[in-house]
Design a protein around this ligand. Structure first.
Ligand code: AMP
Length: 423
């Protein structure tokens, strides 16, 4: 019996999963699918890369396929809200792949592209709508989207939506939804605002958490390189010359920084493109396509644009700028080592960014190994040596009988942090 049969998924879905090569459910799928099939509300704490999209898409598809409206109408019965266009497109693709032979219609709407084709698709009727908040509200105001028959409401990457200032939009959408509905909320982290939002939207939800907060996916080798800001472009060039970099995702803090870096790399004949919020949707889609197909080896991105990118073959994540929010380090690094592969995360850190590195190491509860083996190593970026606490001194003191891990040895070599639920 297929392990998916044990979760009570229909035979049609089971055969689709077999064709897709899904052999067994991931931990979030095992925990979420049975209760969602029964109609329960769910609060899921999970990062991308854990299989969370299928964890909600599979039971939703199964339920909607089982119970169809009999009057010939096709009202929107499921709405999935996502923070970014890329994630919306990816979620829609998952519904497409997982919903084969179920005769359900889905569409995706987001801003940055003309609304004409989206309105046409909505007019033809859709069962499942995947949307970003801005365009959804726009089309709702124009009367193209009606949500009066909604059965399931999904908020994906809710923490990101709040970061991006979508809270009012979410509330506006929620206000027009039927009170009697199923609601699923997924978030990578659980700040207080998310608990508040969950309390107001969910009804007696089941809590499912697959990886402790701030845990990196398994299989990532991390290192930090201390370098003056002005030398970072040269260091990047040097890094990109390494043969083991099959596909690198390079993060900058700002859109402007992404453009400047990309221009510099193009001048050095590196095949590169950038994605960020100021790029048209078509340019972003095209850049992602080229990156996916290997036409370009380097993609420069800002945090928001890169959120949810699911490209398995990213061998390296390079933090050209350190992220200000330590959680973003986890999200960035999670773009590599997808689906059980290995990956490398390299961070460039200058003196002014030491504080961000310290915050990252605090949430990781460990040091990111320092790599001095490059021509731009800059000692002035090193923080003053901290006096270890008595507890740390006890923990690390080498004893004559049994050799313990010294801080130096703990730092040497790549560090691997395990999560409980990678794919
Ligand atoms: P997500 O966490 O939803 O971004 O999913 C990450 C990747 O895992 C996607 O490429 C999915 O197609 C893949 N995936 C999800 N569930 C499974 C599974 N049970 N077996 C194998 N791959 C999966």
């Amino acid at each position: 019996m297929s392990p998916f049969a044990l979760l009570n998924l229909s035979p049609t879905i089971q055969s689709t999963l077999a064709k897709l090569g899904y052999q067994e459910p991931t931990p979030i799928q095992t925990q979420a699918i049975p209760p969602v099939l029964l109609g329960r509300d769910l609060l899921g704490i999970a990062q991308t890369g854990t299989g969370k999209t299928a964890a909600f898409a599979l039971p939703i598809l199964d339920r909607l396929a089982l119970k169809r409206p009999t009057d010939g109408n096709r009202p929107i019965r499921c709405l999935v809200l996502t923070p970014t266009r890329e994630l919306a497109a990816q979620v829609a693709e998952s519904f497409h792949d997982l919903g084969k032979n179920l005769r359900l219609v889905h569409t995706v709407i987001f801003g940055g592209v003309g609304q004409g084709p989206q309105v046409k698709a909505l007019k033809r009727g859709v069962d499942i709508l995947v949307a970003t908040p801005g365009r959804l509200l726009d089309l709702m105001h124009q009367g193209h989207v009606r949500l009066g028959n909604l059965e399931v409401f999904v908020l994906d990457e809710a923490d990101r939506m709040l970061d991006m200032g979508f809270i009012h939009d979410i509330r506006k959408v929620a206000a027009v939804l039927p009170k009697k509905r199923q609601t699923l909320l997924f978030s990578a982290t659980m700040p207080a605002e998310i608990s508040g939002l969950a309390a107001s939207l969910l009804h007696e939800p089941l809590h499912v958490e697959v990886a402790p907060q701030a845990t990196l996916v398994e299989g990532v080798d991390q290192k930090v390189l201390l370098v003056d800001q002005a030398k970072k472009p040269q260091l990047l060039k040097l890094c990109l010359e390494q043969k083991d970099i099959e596909r690198a995702l390079v993060f900058t803090r700002t859109k402007h920084g992404a453009d400047r870096l990309t221009k510099g790399l193009i001048k050095q004949s590196v095949m590169v493109a950038a994605i960020h919020g100021n790029k048209s949707q078509n340019a972003r889609t095209e850049a992602l396509r080229q990156f996916k197909t290997g036409q370009i080896r380097v993609l420069v991105a800002t945090d928001i644009a890169a959120r949810g990118i699911d490209i398995r073959e990213i061998s390296h994540v390079i933090n050209f700028d350190m992220p200000i929010e330590p959680e973003n380090y986890i999200h960035r690094v999670g773009r590599t080592a997808r689906a059980g592969r290995k990956g490398t995360a390299i961070s460039f850190c200058d003196a002014s960014e030491r504080k961000y590195l310290t915050a990252i190491e605090r949430i990781l509860r460990g040091k990111v190994p320092l790599d001095k083996d490059h021509p731009f190593h800059d000692e002035t970026c090193t923080p003053p040596a901290e006096k270890p606490s008595p507890a740390a001194r006890r923990k690390f003191s080498p004893t004559p009988k049994r050799r313990r891990r010294t801080p130096e040895r703990a730092l040497s070599g790549p560090q691997r942090i395990r999560s409980t639920a990678p794919l």
